[in-house]
Design a protein around this ligand. Structure first.
Ligand code: HEM
Ligand code: HEM
Length: 277
């Protein structure tokens, strides 16, 4: 990544992380200040864990998990270590989503509200199930060294496509949930009268869309891809030397303890797993 590309990358990354953190602050302020707070009692405080954990886990952590391979200061790390970080963050996001579902089902059952009647709940549950499948297939294909390299390479475009589709769908599902909750929850004044809570939570929805847009931008820039993969995926006749020089240049711009630690890790785990994705 040339210096200009690196600067732009850092600007977009900082914007994404800031918008993500502000979204988390907004959802916490919503439930703690405007709503009933948090608790595990079968009542509304238990329901409130649902939006909180979905925004922190299923939206924010998943977004970060998707772009970890793109962080230039991790390019010195072994691909195996990055796979563990990517898979670990996705697993954490999944655990948050499951606890969040337990909270909402528990609340519905205690209050004798029917389950799974809304479009939000249908698409939400499908997203969680497919996310679990993506996790299991990801571990089976890329982490456990049983799948042949050719099959991994064939599966990769599908993995990337379904990962981005899931991330986008989860944001859409969150927006539906937010709207539903505002319509159910605001009675005097109503949603249509634009009370401060409605405006505040509408802004949360906008923030989630902006976070999604920034993450998708980072994850779809070919020039921001981990360069070692570009080299290994580039036919040797096609200027591999030039790419090598670019990698050296980008990495030399990034010094510091993290890069050194990764470099040591890489030496200790000197396997060429980059070649098989
Ligand atoms: C209910 C999934 C985010 C509000 C549900 C249910 C599921 C689900 C499966 C059904 C529970 C049941 O029937 O007992 C998801 C997913 C989300 C998400 C995957 C990922 C982002 C949100 C957010 C809010 C929200 C951010 C905002 C408050 C609600 C409400 C219900 C609900 C009000 C109860 C009404 C209904 O079943 O539609 N959610 N949710 N959800 N969710 Fe979400
Ligand atoms: C790449 C999503 C689980 C291994 C990607 C990308 C996305 C994604 C969107 C493209 C990133 C980019 O182009 O920079 C997901 C989601 C998962 C998941 C949503 C969980 C539900 C896993 C697991 C593994 C894995 C468990 C196992 C190690 C990989 C690898 C890449 C990748 C090796 C290629 C990175 C590269 O291009 O250098 N994933 N993933 N993923 N994922 Fe996953």
């Amino acid at each position: 990544m040339a210096m200009e590309g690196l600067k732009l990358f850092l600007v977009v990354l900082s914007a994404a992380v800031s918008v993500g953190v502000v979204s988390i602050i907004f959802v916490l302020r919503w439930v703690l200040y405007y709503k009933e707070g948090l608790g595990w009692d079968g009542g509304l405080p238990e329901f409130n864990w649902h939006p909180v954990l979905m925004v922190i886990g299923f939206v924010f952590l998943q977004g970060i998990a998707i772009i970890v391979y793109r962080l230039p200061w991790t390019w010195k790390c072994s691909k195996l270590m990055m796979k563990f970080i990517h898979a670990g963050l996705n697993l954490l996001a999944f655990i948050f989503a499951v606890i969040s579902l337990v909270a909402v089902f528990d609340f519905h059952n205690a209050a004798k509200i029917p389950n799974m009647y809304s479009l939000h709940s249908w698409l939400g549950l499908v997203a969680v199930i497919l996310y679990c499948l993506q996790l299991v297939l990801g571990v089976g294909m890329f982490l456990i060294p049983v799948t042949p390299a050719s099959r991994r390479a064939l599966f990769m475009p599908l993995h990337v496509y379904s990962g981005l589709l899931l991330f986008t769908s989860v944001i859409a599902v969150a927006l539906m949930g937010i709207t539903e909750k505002l319509i159910f929850g605001l009675s005097d004044p109503k949603y249509k009268d634009s009370p401060p809570e409605a405006i505040f939570v509408n802004v949360l929805g906008v923030l989630l869309v902006v976070f999604g847009a920034l993450i998708l931008w980072i994850a779809t820039r070919p020039s921001w891809k981990r360069p070692i993969d570009q080299i290994l995926n580039t036919p040797h006749t096609n200027g591999g030397g030039e790419d090598n020089a670019k990698v050296g240049q980008s990495l030399s711009q990034l010094s510091g303890t993290e890069a050194d630690t990764c470099s040591d890790f890489r030496k200790r785990n000197n396997k060429s797993d980059d070649q098989t994705n």
